[in-house]
Write a protein that binds this ligand. Sequence first.
Ligand SMILES: Nc1nc2c(c(=O)[nH]1)N[C@H]1C(S)=C(S)[C@@H](COP(=O)(O)OP(=O)(O)OC[C@H]3O[C@@H](n4cnc5c(=O)[nH]c(N)nc54)[C@H](O)[C@@H]3O)O[C@H]1N2
Ligand SMILES: Nc1nc2c(c(=O)[nH]1)N[C@H]1C(S)=C(S)[C@@H](COP(=O)(O)OP(=O)(O)OC[C@H]3O[C@@H](n4cnc5c(=O)[nH]c(N)nc54)[C@H](O)[C@@H]3O)O[C@H]1N2
Ligand SMILES: [Mo]
Length: 641
Amino acid sequence: MKKKPQKRYPRLTHPLVRGEDGQLRRASWDEALERAAAGFRQTREAYGPDAFAMLSCARATNEMNYVAQKFTRVVMGTNNVDSCNRTCHAPSVAGLSAVFGSGGGTSSYEEVDHTDLIVMWGSNARFAHPIFFQHVLKGIRNGAKMYAVDPRRTSTAEWAEGWLGLNVGTDIPLAHAVGREIIHAGLVNRAFVERATTRFEEYAELVEPWTPSAAEKVTGVPAAAIRELAHAYATAERAQLCWTLGITEHHNGTDNVRALINLALLTGHVGRYGAGVQPLRGQNNVQGGGDMGAIPNRLPGFQDILHPETREKFERAWGAAIQPRYGKTLTEMFEAMESGELRAVYCIGENPAQSEADSGQAVRRLEALDHLVVQDIFLTRTAELADVVLPATAGWAETDGTTTNSERRVQRVRAALVPPGEAREDIAIICDIAERLGHDWKFDDSEAVWNELRSLSPDHYGMTYERLEEHQGLQWPCPDVSELPSSFLHGRLWEKDPARRGAPAEFGLVRHDPPVDLTDESYPLRLTTGRRLDSYNTGVQSGSFASPLRRGEYIELCPEDAAAYGVRAGEEVRVSSRRGSVTAPVWIDTGLRPGLAFMTMHFPDEVDTNSLTIEANCPIAGTAEFKASAVRIEKLVPAWT
Ligand SMILES: Nc1nc2c(c(=O)[nH]1)N[C@H]1C(S)=C(S)[C@@H](COP(=O)(O)OP(=O)(O)OC[C@H]3O[C@@H](n4cnc5c(=O)[nH]c(N)nc54)[C@H](O)[C@@H]3O)O[C@H]1N2
Ligand SMILES: Nc1nc2c(c(=O)[nH]1)N[C@H]1C(S)=C(S)[C@@H](COP(=O)(O)OP(=O)(O)OC[C@H]3O[C@@H](n4cnc5c(=O)[nH]c(N)nc54)[C@H](O)[C@@H]3O)O[C@H]1N2
Ligand SMILES: [Mo]
């Protein structure tokens, strides 16, 4: 089989603007910045502030995200700012904040070394979170058991005591059956449930029909395995429940998250050293981007926009009025492009033309914009659609600042490489556009931005650059400049004094709701999409390096399905969904089960996987159902050749 050459993206070294001939051409910084600013000014004047939206970069620094959201709120006057957190862990943030009042994972990586049980639920950390996975391995070496809950027998599952291979989109029945078994076996942590939670009785009633055998019928997981996981989790002294996109990238992602948190509430596996609930975040700084307010509903420090005193504090500091309502999520932005409500987008370090579900539709919507400015380090597919392209330095290795990881640890990053050509720092570019729109912000360096943030976010106040350096990073909340923060959250739930315990954690009364894109005779296969170790997201950054590991896109099938369709490994097939169609070679994976196919999102220039996926999304968090499409495959070469 001949392999298609893999695209290598050129690093952006100078600004580009769209010329009269419709092509992108080289421009001076002055011309490009003027074009960018003029388009934003005209949009605001003609259609008002909400016709503008910012996509902010989850790979760039906290400081850059702070400045990007400030630009959106102060210069453009809207809360329409979001990032790829929406395609990823927005349900985790929504679920955790509904239960605990804070959207962060509750534990530290180090606690995983010393825990007794680790559940990796919908997470292939061996591939996607290799550093965290080292802690899982350390925990296992120290005597912990690990369970993997994933439709595929993944590389992560190879280290597990047990693998629960459930049908895609049946996590709620499985979690409810685990919860019911814990209740029936008398393993509920009664003292914790009574003191620190609410709605237990309703929860117990809700899960009652989910006997292990009823759940086996829906999930495909043997009843004995469900019982084993329930007993192992409930009897462990300390347990870590970790999840990622197998839970969140569903049309009911937030409900899925709530179903898992319920298990931690039942057993008291939260708010103690070694016990906790952890969504392992996606990019290096997607946690920080949200913390910095680059989301439509929160000001920096995760402070609610609807809270009048919070708004006043920021209005005083910024000298501008802040809209008293939430802005649009990334999902809503794309809908508003369709209706014409959204006319101008400033896209910094995101590649939505290839990462959005139903990418054909996403590209059409981006093309229809009046004004698209893309600021990136590579000439992406999204940049190819832009009116102005601005070359930035990479947040990693070419820029000073801080980033925040999944354990809420803020760490310093430093410029170690000289950026190519005329590339400039993201913050400097945003400030130049702001200046052309009448806002003169003087930030001498990234520390000046950080100190402005510290003055407005109590959770970050105690983290000076000096202290971050001294302690090799600090975790939020860190309100005090002399004390060290706790490594885990919500210890308050264990307090005997109700005043110190604060608001109770609520059980989530969530119900099973199968995937939107149903399989039927025409589309009989369930396609789930995800990652491989050797590539990164839409391939823009990983595609530029020659690696002996990369092997392009495949549709992965189990041996039984390959035999049933009469296709061999390496043979090209047509893969079609209700939205689009691609051709891809077959890969045979014994970790899959009949009826389940897998593809990545890493090689969209060769095989545009997202032309197949469905845009159905979670009404609470806005995250699309990347994990469940219905497809069919057809042989391209007739069987008689
Ligand atoms: N090497 C590499 N590392 C990465 C990335 C990368 O592209 N490459 N991307 C980063 C980003 S942005 C993110 S968000 C993370 C994502 O990290 P992960 O979420 O771990 O990665 P995925 O492969 O998308 O999905 C995880 C697993 O969900 C399973 N799954 C699918 N459907 C279901 C379901 O219905 N229920 C359950 N329980 N599981 C299901 C899939 O089989 C898959 O193994 O990785 C980050 N790290
Ligand atoms: N089918 C399918 N689709 C998915 C998913 C899935 O599991 N399946 N997962 C979803 C998830 S979890 C995510 S997070 C999204 C990712 O979607 P995107 O964020 O749109 O995709 P990336 O490829 O990560 O694009 C990152 C861009 O940031 C640029 N960049 C990197 N560093 C910097 C910097 O410092 N400054 C600037 N200005 N630019 C920078 C890179 O060059 C690149 O173009 O994809 C989503 N799409
Ligand atoms: Mo992600």
